[in-house]
Ligand binder design. Sequence first.
Ligand SMILES: *Cc1c(COP(=O)(O)O)cnc(C)c1O
Length: 407
Amino acid sequence: MKPEEHEAPFVRNGSLCVGDVELGRLSEQVGSTPFFAYDRAKITARVAAVRSALPADIDLGFAVKANPMPALVQHLSREVDWLDVASAGEMQVALDAGTSPARVSFAGPGKTDAELRRAVAAGVLIELESATEARRAAAVGGVLGIRPRVAVRVNPDFTVKGSGMRMGGGPQQFGVDVEQVPGLLEELRDLDVAVEGFHVFAGSQNLQSEILVDAQRRTVDLVLELAAKWPDEISYLNLGGGFGIPYFERDRPLDLRAVGDNLRRLVTEEIRPAHPTARVVIELGRYLVGEAGIYVTRVVDRKTSRDKTYLVVDGGMHHQLAASGNFGQVIRRNYPIAVGEPRRGAERERVTVVGSLCTPLDLLGDDVDLPHAEPGDLIVLFQAGAYGLTASPTRFLGHPEPAEIVV
Ligand SMILES: *Cc1c(COP(=O)(O)O)cnc(C)c1O
């Protein structure tokens, strides 16, 4: 997608708006820059689009780590069927939002005994990442006199090529290798835990539907094979997610229909005959919220160095690390960027937009084409709704925390 195509969904009557509030007015409402703004209606619309593409009897989950802002999680808690958390802190945000613990899973390696204790006490579903974690969860349950609800997170024996981030296949810190699962199931029979099902999450940030279709087919084969090894009824099959969003100029949006059609076939023909009432979950993070958020900064300085013009803004990589290219990217490419309220008749020019941190890494837009901007003007970065503020080194250089707002 071209940068203007990212801007377009936020433009109303020629002005950049979040919800129906114009950006200039919104920045006055917030009272300071930089800030993150998330658009409730866009999230709702995205959830509706996903639901209409997916089979009706799939539960849609939100991976809270993509954006744990409490007001946003509260909004999503009402929109989706399931919340997946990756720490006790996220669990608290999910429960504070009014989510029933019956609709919360807790995944992630390295859950401490203290976290397991909180999870068992709360009654959420614990996604076991290892045999030792299974034993520790059972021990905690014994101490509390509460039977832990558990599922086995499985590290599959296939990898998903083309994932922006691979989280399954080969050696991984995530999940239990599929070869080790039968042994773990033997052990789980003797532990005082309620085994509800299985979870496979193979990878993240996929834009190619053929790759997702293939991964889902293998995932379904795998969870059905494992579920058949468990003597009691399985009530939970989490197929992961990995739906990607376009960040860069040549990225094409995911073909949601192709992915949904494949899932409909898999659920109807393969899963339902064996598990008519099991909860089948697809869990999405960035796909639900990433494109609904913007990061708004203000130009503090405009300067020329040799042949280059720099716009220095009051934000930077300490808030939006991913836009600087330092959050897992191999090659740095520009996130879509715009001038918030371009001056009337402003000529376009090539500029480099940098943050206010004293490091060359703090680069937000390298040699980008923007309307002429001066100190005081707003610069907006798109695709900031997921892995933004909480995935950034906010303490670096000791600037104040930015505001976050849901509109
Ligand atoms: C991070 C994570 C997700 C969400 O990934 P996205 O790329 O944001 O969709 C889903 N499931 C698990 C287990 C995760 O760790």
